[in-house]
Design a protein around this ligand. Structure first.
Ligand SMILES: O=C(O)CCC(=O)C(=O)O
Ligand SMILES: [Fe+2]
Length: 338
């Protein structure tokens, strides 16, 4: 898990803004900022999925001695869907000259073959264990075999997406990909066999080639960008410098000292939006782990469900200098307009 610190030094703005920030209390600014962040999150995707009809003529009949084959073969399914999954789960943001976020690609590694059989096969709500710091999600590919029930339900921060693959289970390959910190479950398979392959999705840096421009988003097109730009241009805004701190919206498997270096490339959804916007504005941003301390008190156990023990979210908190900030010295990068 992580939090990020964006730090700005004061600079007299040259442009008048409709929003008179000097008259706003800092708290109010935080509220507005929070609304933008939450707004982004509302549209941020945490899951995607699709369907690949199979060529039924290519499936061998019951009398054939040929092994059953599907078209297209599984290896190409992975490739054909990789760019869709990448765009949704791993968008690349152009952070211009401030870019320290390398362009990223997804790679998938086969992890498991699962068979859930009727009348009672199911998998209770769980979160997949990340296998490495670069794992950002899971991909589930449902193979063609008839079954009833067995919905896959993926959840993230109170939202859920249901994949009902039963209707086309005999005639299509269906898939879903989601971030690693999403809870998910498989409802009871009432009939037939539900067969899936699960892949771990990792972030990699492309070797050689570059990402096509169409796959790169410009953070300057986001409303958060113009809001923040006006904010930092306002004369007198944080004249003596200062810092914004955000808890991240997703959980990340990072606790090591290398987290500030490794974390940016694994950022997801709203966290990535925030990071890219700060970056593109030339605001110093530091990503640091927010170490979770377990509270064993009975009171706390009663009040918190197991899934709520981890502090992840969009709440704004007062700024507290951490050891890491102290070690790094005072950080202040002057804001530069473009
Ligand atoms: O089969 C599925 O739909 C998902 C399986 C799963 O969640 C897992 O293997 O962790
Ligand atoms: Fe799972």
């Amino acid at each position: 898990m992580a939090s990020s610190i964006g730090s700005v030094s004061g600079k007299e703005g040259t442009q008048s803004t409709a929003l008179s920030l000097t008259s706003l209390a800092f708290e109010e600014v935080c509220h507005q900022l929070e609304a933008f962040v939450v707004g982004k999150k509302a549209s941020a995707s945490f899951v995607c999925g699709g369907i690949i009809p199979i060529d039924t003529k290519a499936v061998a009949g019951p009398t054939s001695s040929q092994p059953i084959s599907v078209s297209p073969p599984l290896s190409s399914i992975r490739l054909r869907n990789a760019s869709n999954v990448e765009q949704i789960l791993l968008p690349n943001f152009n952070t211009l000259s401030q870019n320290s976020l390398p362009f990223r690609k997804l790679s998938a590694e086969l992890y498991n073959l699962n068979v859930y059989s009727g009348p009672s096969g199911h998998f209770r709500q769980h979160v997949d264990t990340p296998r490495s710091q670069s794992q950002i999600g899971s991909l589930v590919v449902c193979l063609p075999a008839p079954f009833q029930g067995g919905n896959l339900i993926v959840q993230n921060e109170g939202k859920q997406v249901v994949f009902d693959w039963s209707h086309q289970s005999a005639s299509a390959i269906q898939w879903a990909a989601f971030y690693s910190d999403c809870g998910h479950e498989i409802e009871t398979v009432t009939e037939g066999e539900r067969i899936t392959l699960t892949y771990n999705l990792y972030v990699t840096e492309p070797v050689g080639g570059s990402i096509p421009p169409s796959l790169i988003l410009d953070p300057r097109s986001l409303s958060l960008h113009s809001f923040l730009r006006e904010l930092v241009m306002e004369p007198g805004f944080m004249k003596n410098g200062g810092a914004f701190g955000f808890y991240y919206s997703h959980a990340y498997p990072h606790t090591s000292d290398e987290a500030p270096m490794l974390l940016p490339r694994a950022l997801k959804g709203a966290d990535l939006v925030l990071y890219s916007v700060f970056k593109s504005l030339g605001i110093y941003i530091n990503v640091v782990p927010d170490e979770y301390e377990e509270d064993d008190s009975e009171q706390s156990e009663k009040e918190q469900g197991a899934s709520e023990k981890v502090r992840v979210g969009d709440k704004l908190h007062s700024y507290v200098a951490t050891d890491m900030m102290t070690e790094m010295g005072e950080v202040s990068t002057e804001y530069q307009s473009d």
